[in-house]
Design a protein around this ligand. Structure first.
Ligand code: ADP
Ligand code: MG
Length: 321
């Protein structure tokens, strides 16, 4: 199978067709209609085998996760997904692998009505780069800046699950069988919080997706907003699996583990009632973990109010070892 057959067989036919794709895959570039009154929101994320997922990860999961991490960035901006492009470098054209990859990627694309409109395919070590494009009504994108003292800090879902999953996948964590599949699912098939992001547009003062660990990502909100925060260890949303792993992982997985793809956002006091009301329809719980304060810096406190110092910082590819 040559490059053109590969593109025609796996990527040119895809499940989502949108009327705003004036020209899709097959020409030198795609032509897309951006509706009047909307802004284009663009993000890209790259996944490298052995860095972003274990080498032996199944193809369906790789396809799912490649798109999920990009959708999560749109969710954090409150944008509605529309289109994406796919750059991939593959060691070989293995039909079973490509079918699995497409199943994972297109399955999630269908859920979010996102159309694949182009890409580039080369031979090389397994690397997937997706660029995603979404739409937001002019001026309504959610940003990291905007949190103010007195705003409440929330996170969706559970923290640290993917970090537990990674340790299980690497054989570094001993977890009862009943919990293993859950944390592996969170690692390999994260759920981007797209609908919640859209709902938060009118409610949140700042938002980020938790990809590098809560402490680091909340830190980005604080830096962009010129504010500080106090969060409470006992309020962090942790699963029964986490409780079972606690003696082995401590607070580290919840505070500094990567790959959660939950949203962390801040709600001003005058939006609190509307947020509570809206959140009953989110389908996932939002947990109040602390408050924005005027004093800069992140203060993590235990039940006695004593400051807790995290032992690890968030994930950083270029951190000096
Ligand atoms: P060019 O040489 O002009 O860059 P290519 O031969 O690389 O064109 O690609 C042909 C068409 O196939 C283009 O429309 C391109 O966007 C699309 N394409 C290539 N690789 C992929 C891919 N992995 N996924 C989706 N579309 C792709
Ligand atoms: Mg090309």
């Amino acid at each position: 199978m040559n490059e053109f057959e590969l593109i025609a067989r796996y990527f040119a036919r895809q499940p989502v067709s949108r009327p705003d794709v004036a020209l899709g895959i097959g020409d030198d570039a795609a032509v897309l209609d951006v509706p009047a009154g909307q802004q284009l929101v663009v993000s890209t994320d790259m996944l490298v085998a052995g860095v972003h997922f274990p080498e032996n990860t199944d193809a369906v999961s790789i396809g799912h996760k490649s798109l999920a991490v990009n959708l999560s960035d749109l969710a954090a901006m409150g944008a509605t997904p529309a289109w994406y492009t796919l750059n991939m470098s593959l060691p070989q054209a293995d039909p079973a692998w490509l079918e699995g990859f497409c199943k994972g990627m297109f399955g999630l694309a269908r859920q979010h009505n996102a159309a694949l409109v182009g890409g580039d395919t080369t031979r090389g070590p397994l690397t997937i780069g997706i660029q995603i494009m979404g739409l937001v009504p002019r001026g309504q994108a959610l940003m990291r800046a905007g949190a103010r003292p007195g705003d409440r800090i929330y996170v969706t879902g559970l923290l640290g699950e993917a970090a537990l999953g990674l340790q299980v996948a690497q054989g570094r964590l001993d977890l009862p069988e009943e919990y293993r599949s859950n944390v592996l699912q969170q690692l390999h098939r994260p759920t981007p919080r797209v609908q919640i992001g859209i709902a938060l547009r009118a409610l949140a003062s700042a938002c980020i997706d938790v990809s590098d660990g809560l402490a680091a990502d909340l830190g980005h909100i604080l830096a962009a907003s010129g504010a500080g925060a106090r969060i409470h260890l006992k309020r962090l949303p942790l699963s029964p699996a986490y409780d079972a792993a606690f003696l082995q992982v401590g607070w580290g997985a919840a505070l500094s583990g990567g790959d959660d793809y939950e949203l962390c956002f801040t709600i001003p006091p005058d939006s609190e009632a509307a947020f509570r009301n809206a959140s009953t329809r989110f389908g996932v719980s939002c947990c109040y973990i602390g408050d924005i304060e005027a004093e800069t810096g992140l203060r993590i406190v235990d039940e006695q109010g004593t400051l807790y110092r995290p032992e690890q910082a968030g994930f950083d590819h270029f951190r000096a070892d």
